[in-house]
Design a protein around this ligand. Structure first.
Ligand code: C5P
Length: 213
C-alpha cells in the first residue's frame, strides 16, 4: 500500500483508541495516540508545580515534550485525563504540539491518528476519516471498567460526571477541536462489541481505499 493516513476522532471513551489500534494492526501502520501528548503535558506541568490554567506555562511544557517521555503509566489515570483536558483548551499548547503530530502523520507508509482534531487540523488531507461516538452512559461504563482494571477505585456516577464535563470542555468552545471533519464517516459504537466496531471501522477504511483507487 502506498502512504495511507487514517484519522480516528471522537469523544472520550468512545472506543476510538481500540479502533485505532485495530486499524494499525490490520494495515501494519503506526498509531499516534494524541491524547497521550496532552496527558503528558498536564501531568508533567502539575508535577513541576505549574498552573494548568496558565496558557504560557502549559505551552512551555508542551514545547519541551519529547516522544520518548510518553511511557509513564501515570499518563493513563483519571487525573491525567482531567489535566489533559485543561491544558488542551489553550491555543498555544495545541500549536506547540502541531509539528510533532504532523511529522508522525507524514512518515513514509502512512499512519493511524487517534484524537479529537486529527481529521480537521492535523491531517485534513487524509483519505480515510472516522468519527467514533457512543452515548455518554456507554462511554462511562467503558471508562469505568478500564479504570477498575488499572486499580483505580471510582464510582460509575463519578466517571459519568467526568465524561460530561470533558465533553463540555472539549466541545463547548467556538474553536472546539471536537467536531467531525466534513468528510468523516460517523461510527456510533454504543451497541457494538469491540470486534463489531473494529469490523465496521475496517469496512469504512476499505470503502475509502476503493474510492481512492
Ligand atoms: O483521548 P484522551 O482521553 O487521552 O484525551 C485526553 C484529553 O486530551 C481530551 O479530553 C482532550 O481534552 C484532549 N485532547 C485534545 N486533542 C487531541 C487529543 C486529546 O484536545 N487530539
Amino acid at each position: 500500500m502506498t502512504s495511507f493516513v487514517i484519522t480516528v476522532d471522537g469523544p472520550a471513551a468512545s472506543g476510538k483508541g481500540t479502533i485505532a489500534s485495530a486499524l494499525g494492526e490490520a494495515y501494519g501502520l503506526p498509531v499516534l495516540d494524541s491524547g497521550l501528548l496532552y496527558r503528558a503535558v498536564g501531568v508533567l506541568l502539575e508535577r513541576a508545580g505549574g498552573d494548568l490554567d496558565d496558557p504560557a506555562a502549559a505551552a512551555a511544557q508542551a514545547r519541551a515534550l519529547t516522544p520518548d517521555a510518553l511511557s509513564d503509566p501515570a499518563f493513563r489515570t483519571r487525573r491525567a485525563g482531567e489535566a489533559a483536558s485543561r491544558v488542551a483548551v489553550h491555543a498555544p499548547v495545541r500549536a506547540a504540539l502541531l509539528a510533532l503530530q504532523r511529522s508522525f502523520a507524514a512518515q513514509a507508509g502512512g499512519a493511524v491518528l487517534d484524537g479529537r482534531d486529527m481529521g480537521t487540523v492535523i491531517a485534513p488531507e487524509a483519505p480515510a476519516k472516522l468519527y467514533v461516538t457512543a452515548s455518554p452512559e456507554v462511554r462511562a461504563q467503558r471508562r469505568h471498567r478500564q479504570l477498575e482494571a488499572q486499580g483505580e477505585g471510582v464510582s460509575l456516577a463519578d466517571v459519568l460526571a467526568d465524561i460530561r464535563l470533558r465533553d463540555e470542555r472539549d466541545g463547548g468552545r467556538a474553536a472546539s477541536p471536537m467536531r467531525p471533519a466534513d468528510d468523516a464517516v460517523l461510527l456510533d459504537t454504543s451497541e457494538m462489541t469491540i470486534e463489531q466496531a473494529a469490523d465496521a471501522a475496517r469496512r469504512i477504511v476499505e470503502a475509502a481505499r476503493a474510492g481512492r483507487a
